[in-house]
Design a protein around this ligand. Structure first.
Ligand code: PGA
Length: 256
């Protein structure tokens, strides 16, 4: 049985004090919950403030990016050991905004995934097709290629511990969520690809999130799908009410 995982991707929103205030309220709201993993991913400057609030509780902390080297002359970058020491357990890698605005390739994401795992961070590996690719019937091909590229060289044990986020680019921040069936179809395809490349044990264990305009209203349908184990939430995670509603629906769906 896979533990559902709901992650808030705050992107370039919330200062350290705003992020910490949110974390404090959420921590109180979900105190004592079991059976659902909740992860907050603030911007780098807010990591330490949020880590201080979350300490001793069950909510996890994640970063939104990192570089593959442990240290070095890479101005503006942060490394896995730095994130680890700041209190992170997770790191989002290969988000479509990183691919689109910062030129990240599957090869680069793969180096980051390997580095994250080496330092005990759980990567949340993002894949997803553009609207043009979907219309051209290339979704399976595009997502399969991204997945193979990003997970290259991993052991079955490493693959088993990953979180993969299926985020169709056309659904991110647009209000156009994938239908439950379309999201399930691609998440099932991702699980089959993990089974083929890493074996049935890894496929059974890997957690697959859907992301792209997840809201309280569509959470139930999406999370009721057999191959969707959680959500990566952007816009709707910025308000406490919105994010709380999403985790509440998740709790209902999983009966925990
Ligand atoms: P959204 O973003 O929920 O605002 O669509 C999701 C994401 O980019 O991870």
């Amino acid at each position: 049985m896979r533990t559902p995982i709901i992650a808030a991707n705050w992107k370039m929103y919330k200062t350290p004090s705003e992020a910490a205030a949110f974390a404090k309220k959420l921590k109180l709201a979900v105190a004592g919950w079991v059976g659902i993993e909740i992860v907050l991913c603030p911007a780098f400057p807010a990591l330490e403030a949020v880590a201080a609030v979350l300490k001793g509780g069950a909510i996890g902390l994640g970063a939104q990016n990192m570089f593959w080297a442990d240290e070095g002359a890479y101005t503006g970058e942060v490394s896995a050991p730095m994130l680890k020491e700041a209190g992170c357990g997770f790191v989002i890698l290969g988000h479509s905004e990183r691919r689109q605005y910062f030129g990240e390739t599957d090869e680069l994401v793969n180096r980051k995934v390997v580095a994250a795992l080496k330092h005990g961070l759980t990567p949340v590996v993002c894949v997803g097709e553009t609207i043009e690719q979907r219309k051209a019937g290339r979704t399976a091909d595009v997502v399969g290629t991204q997945l193979a590229g990003c997970l290259k060289g991993l052991s079955p044990e490493q693959a088993a511990g990953l979180v993969v986020a299926y985020e169709p680019v056309w659904a991110i921040g647009t209000g156009h969520t994938a239908s439950d069936e379309d999201a399930q179809e691609v998440c099932a395809l991702i699980r089959r690809a993990v089974a083929r490349d890493f074996g049935p044990g890894a496929a059974d264990a890997v957690r697959i999130q859907y992301g792209g305009s997840v809201k309280p209203e569509n959470t139930r349908g999406l999370l009721s799908q057999p191959d969707i184990d959680g959500a990566l939430v952007g816009g709707a995670s910025l308000s406490l009410a919105g994010f709380e509603a999403i985790v509440n629906v998740t709790r209902e769906v999983y009966g925990s």
